[in-house]
Design a protein around this ligand. Sequence first.
Ligand code: FUB
Length: 306
Amino acid sequence: RARALALSSLLAALTVCGRAANPAIVDPLTADPAALVHNGTVYLYTGHDEAGEKHQGYVMKKWLVFSSTDMVTWKAHPSPMSLADFPWAKENAWAGHVVEKGGEFYWYAPVSRGGKAGFAIGVAVADNPLGPFKDARGSAMITNEMTTDVPIEWDDIDPAAFIDDDGQAYLFWGNQRCRYVKLKANMTEFEGEIVKVDVPHFTEAPWVHKRGEIYYLTYATGFPEKIAYATSKSITGPWEYRGLLAELAGNSNTIHQSIITYKGRDYFIYHNGGTPLGGSFRRSVCIDYLYYNPDGTMKRVVQTSE
Ligand code: FUB
């Protein structure tokens, strides 16, 4: 019995990997956080940076999920989805986003189909936030062929879903150009035109949230990236540029933010290259507080290490 108890505490310790400092998760290496608050728990979906210390380029084959009820202690769960779950994908399990609708969890994920086919965005579904998630369509929902005005293979990445107060869901995404499209009620198909979003100096990583009557569109700008934001009275715009929200992330060209409110506090969740062997391709999730001004604008995020 003593041995069994020791083993179970060892297993418990192995699955708890958060800490009250930044980076908040140091092992495994995690990137592109997308947080979801559901039934009193925060689910943190991330990519997994697998590049070796000297490797210059992303090596990302699966996604990870962690959960917390205090934003400090993060429990690691088995990987809920990998490239293999999208048979039409070849590589690059990049920045995804999970939302809940009608008791189902929809994970919008960009993956590369290889070569000129470029990136595409698929959607997987699960009946609980920890998965396992299964390809909901058997094919990509958004493809490079639909957005030929930006002649690069990686412009259809970084999906961010948003469900408005009337239940209508939207998918935002993009690199170099931000776009959105309305989703059908089934969440796995879109309807209507793909619309270009007019915000300045857009690099990638859109994230949309609403607070009170104000819609916020935060996104990466420049390269190395900072985070800028715009506000609107409507999810469909027009968007008013509001300036920078966050500066460069330490030792990483990208920062990829996620914003949530949890237990009365606002959080800015992002990644940096802050572990001893970290860098742009070996990133780690960080968490800092986010503060609003009385007029609804956001204060510049102070990135902390402790
Ligand atoms: O992790 C791969 C890419 O790096 C993401 O899609 C971008 O947002 C940037 O974080």
